[in-house]
Design a protein around this ligand. Sequence first.
Ligand SMILES: [Mg+2]
Ligand SMILES: [Zn+2]
Length: 186
Amino acid sequence: MPAALGPKGLVILDRDGVINRDSRDFVKSAEEWLPLPGSIEAIARLSKAGFTVAVASNQSGLARGLFDRRALRSMHRKLRRLVAACGGRVDRIEVCPHGPDDGCHCRKPAPGLYERLGRHYATPLAGTPAIGDSLRDLEAAAAAGATPILVRTGNGRRTEASLPPALRDVAVFDDLEAAVAALTPS
Ligand SMILES: [Mg+2]
Ligand SMILES: [Zn+2]
């Protein structure tokens, strides 16, 4: 049985650089996992507006041995706890644990994580907003048939400055809060 979707459907978020501060040295523990200003409230706003919120995240730090599954679970417990405290919910988190040379189908820019979410909810991804800060998020979203949206947090400004022609028309927002405001007009 596919999982139930909210009345407004699915929103897919990248994690690092969209929800929490990214780090060149990888985010390796719950202590290092620090939300960006307004991001937790923005996720709660999506939930309250009737969206189901899912996260799709490359975590090659697992393949690189920089942290383990247990540390990743504790980061995600922190995320879910903070969002729940604001009255929202992160329904599903899909992670690619592989490295860049593993040739997997889930590491973005491959569309595997998004496709898995589409299967989990038995929903076509056409029209599903997929919010990211890196080019590979946008490329994966486009490859999966979702609607890529760029935020300027994390790598976002650099991404915006070097968008390939095929992605020139993506919507760009300052941060998750602004992107969510556009999806949930009051
Ligand atoms: Mg990112
Ligand atoms: Zn993978």
